[in-house]
Write a protein that binds this ligand. Structure first.
Ligand SMILES: C[S@@+](CC[C@H](N)C(=O)[O-])C[C@H]1O[C@@H](n2cnc3c(N)ncnc32)[C@H](O)[C@@H]1O
Length: 359
């Protein structure tokens, strides 16, 4: 345990302020280096699936932390919550095929060809077109769960509770859990893919408006993810992914260790102590990710720059789109003028021809 950590019922938690504002920015790893290193990975078949290099993805963590962890853990069953375009799914499925393990992926609205993917990874892949809280109880057992689905307190807290319930009822221990988005913008703010599926008493007021790290309230225009249903306020109780994990840890009786890995929007890792005690290589590996405070602060600074650069890029894109629209309208206006002038010219030429003919 280090300065800045708190002991929550036998669990280590890195301190992340619950209030909104710039001081709670977390993490980064250089995008370019991380993406390119994943692109060079021989163990994936990106030509078929998982081509998209979107921002909201957990796969840049694959080569640097998820795969090394899984290799040490040697899971038999892996669960992925939130596949989207299969960027992570393809890596997990390839890993499971190599290791003779089984991958369950859960997503109510996948953006890839599930049938073709299932054929390619037959025997190693099972897809659940459902929400996590419906699908998780139907999966008999699992050793690892990657949570990157609906990024809100209600969903993440109850996903964790389902894993806990299973561990307390059955012999497999609590699984190893990776959670994406324990950093800004969704550490302390809910996002709802389907707001109607969240019980009203757990749903924050929300709007399809963008976010900025300097303010808790949503922006009137622009900002990060303006097309998604984001909670109006940041840092209130029962709000955000990291808050959900902390609230879960504060009440569970299962001894768990928690890491927040500096990275793109933050990666959380929950590891059951029972598993770490049995697996020294895994425990040693994860120990390396207890970063010194200075390194964490430095990485937070890089993440702050990264996010502000994305916001600048989005602003520039929006300004360009506005300028493009303005220029398009001006071009159409001038085309109209040219048409009118051309018509007048033709009329004048006709008149001239008639005058010449009659003189
Ligand atoms: C951020 S994307 C996942 C990205 C993916 N993990 C990756 O690494 O590229 C979130 C996905 O979660 C899915 N989703 C939303 N609500 C969900 C829920 N309740 N259970 C499971 N998946 C959900 C969405 O359909 C979306 O495809």
């Amino acid at each position: 345990m280090r300065p800045g950590d708190v002991d929550a019922g036998g669990v280590w938690i890195r301190r992340q302020p619950r209030s909104g504002g710039a001081d709670k920015m977390v993490f980064s790893r250089g995008d370019v280096r991380t993406y390119s290193s994943v692109e060079n990975s021989p163990s994936t078949s990106r030509k078929t699936f998982g081509e998209n290099q979107g921002e909201a993805t957990v796969y840049p963590f694959w080569e640097v932390i998820v795969e090394p962890t899984l290799k040490r853990l040697r899971p038999r069953v892996v669960v992925e919550v939130g596949s989207e375009a299969a960027n992570s799914t393809v890596r997990l499925a390839a890993f499971c095929r190599e290791q003779g393990a089984l991958l369950h992926s859960i997503d109510p609205a996948p953006k890839f060809d599930v049938e073709r993917f299932s054929q390619e990874y037959e025997g190693y892949f099972q897809f659940h077109r459902a929400k996590s809280l419906e699908a998780l109880p139907r999966i008999p057992t699992y050793d690892v769960v990657l949570i990157d689905g609906d990024h809100n307190w209600y969903t993440v807290f109850h996903e964790s509770k389902l894993l806990e319930e299973r561990a307390l009822k059955q012999s497999p221990p609590f699984p190893m859990v990776f959670l994406h988005d324990v950093g800004w913008p969704y550490a302390r703010r809910d996002l709802y893919y389907d707001p109607t599926s969240i019980p009203p008493e757990f749903r924050q007021p929300y709007a399809r408006k963008g976010m900025h790290p300097d303010q808790s309230r949503l922006l009137d225009s622009g900002g990060m993810n303006p097309n998604l249903c984001n909670a109006l306020e940041e840092g209130t109780p029962r709000n955000g992914v990291l808050t959900a994990v902390e609230d879960f840890l504060a009440q569970t009786s299962i001894p768990l260790d928690f890491w927040i890995i500096p990275g793109l929007n933050g990666l959380g890792i929950l590891a059951p102590r029972a598993v770490l005690e049995q697996n020294a290589s895994l425990a040693d590996y994860l120990d390396q990710w207890r970063l010194p405070d200075d390194v964490t602060a430095y990485l937070e600074r890089i993440e702050d720059f990264r996010i502000r650069n994305i916001l600048r890029l989005l602003d520039t894109r929006a300004a360009l789109a506005r300028e493009q629209a303005r220029l398009g309208a001006r071009i159409r206006e001038l085309e109209g003028v040219v048409q009118q002038m051309t018509a007048k010219l033709h009329a004048a030429q006709g008149e001239l021809s008639r005058l010449k003919a009659s003189s």
